[in-house]
Design a binder for this molecule. Sequence first.
Ligand code: NG6
Ligand code: CA
Length: 503
Amino acid sequence: MKKIIVSLLYILGVGPTPQLYAQNSRPNVIVIYADDLGYGDLSCYGATKINTPHLDKLAKNGIRFTNGHSTSATCTPSRFAMMTGQYPWRQKGTGILPGDAALIVPTNTTTLPKVFKKAGYRTAVIGKWHLGLGKQVEKNWNSEVTPGPNDVGFDYSFIFPATADRVPTVFMENHRVLALDRSDPIRVDYKNPVGSDPTGKDHPELLKLKSSPGHGHNQTIVNGIGRIGYMEGGNKARWVDEEVSSTFLAKARNFIEENKMQPFFLCYTLTEPHVPRMPATMFKGKSELGLRGDAILQLDWTVGQIMKQLEYLKLDKNTMIIFSSDNGPVLDDGYQDEAVAKNAGHKPAGILRGGKYSAFEGGTRVPWIVSWPGTITPKVSGAMICQIDLLASFSKLLNVKLPDGEAPDSENVLQAILGKSAKGRSVLIEQGGPLSIIKENWKYIEPGKGSGYDKLTGTETGVLQSGQLYDLLADPGEINNVFEQHPNKAEELADLLTKIRSR
Ligand code: NG6
Ligand code: CA
């Protein structure tokens, strides 16, 4: 009743605005989650070859974290951790998922969106999903594909299933493929070719963006780009890469508009600057860094559009924006898009070593910005926080009790997120091939298998056959392995890692 009266008064222009209506203890929350954006990719994090004014503004008026993390150096595990509050390596099958994988988030445990739901929020995920769909790999894409995002806490979902370089290249709204023509059903296969669409392997002359040799990305061609996986049918439903970002933006804006009179939680999971980098035409050639830079400009502009909308709706003071990335940066991740050739001295991981796939900090320490104008005092914070902590922290803010044993690795770091404490976690485990553990200024990387350098992507993997120890305060770039000099510290951290792992 109260809501109806407030809405009426608002429409008549005489009542409280939405921002006054909503209480400060229950802000709207928008998590804007970039894909493969590195610690050094934004001008507010030191980039000089690219200018990101909107994110810089967000950071300037909010908290810019210098020690903010994802749990993992790739997408699926980081997202799994953010959703469940559980370290992904505790559950099998949480590595990078194919586009036809089954849902890996349990439907019977507390998730981040469920925390908001319990507190009475409307929840949505809009953007890249990559946590699997349905009960099994074999599925019918032509009817409702369930379970999915709507079964793990989201009232509304508008997603693409996996990554932009994986089939099926379709949008799904509330578990159904958008614009599906029943007479042209979709089939997807990751093992064997289906249908008669040309592949990148057999028809490289049809590609507008060439695949890098050795990576794959040479199966079904969609929109002139070779993808991972085979797909047939659904021709009208297939998106073109250039419209993906603006489509997600339109859906995000709709969701915000529709829910302006009630608390909402939006998980806005962007695809930039993940491959294939094929931004809208108006961004092509806009940066000096080739298509990867152009995609970052598109991402920045998109964030600016959301900020503008919140201001226009007078929701800005009652909306918390959390901006971060699922893992660190990579230049060549499968397409010859000139990311390497045009990099021009840009350091995507900034002062950090390594990037996507790496056990070094570049893999998992990422941009992390929190904005809540009027409530949060702008600052730069060195508190160690991780996306896995959102679940416990928002449970605290919203007074939602977590059942025993759920979200076991999520810590309440609310005071750090709000900028009221300079201390976040004291211990964090990172996953980038081998596991690493950070305790205060020390980081221990466990011994790993394989090479220290991945030729395909040009990544320093951070893998060594013996343990490594770094003093992150003195040496954030992890140049000096001091394992030999501090054997006791190394042993202490190795033991702690074993203990937490077996918990
Ligand atoms: C890798 C792909 C890469 C990218 C990544 C997922 C190859 C050789 N490389 O396996 O192109 O799709 O998976 O990225 O297939 S993530 O950000 O979603 O984790
Ligand atoms: Ca990613």
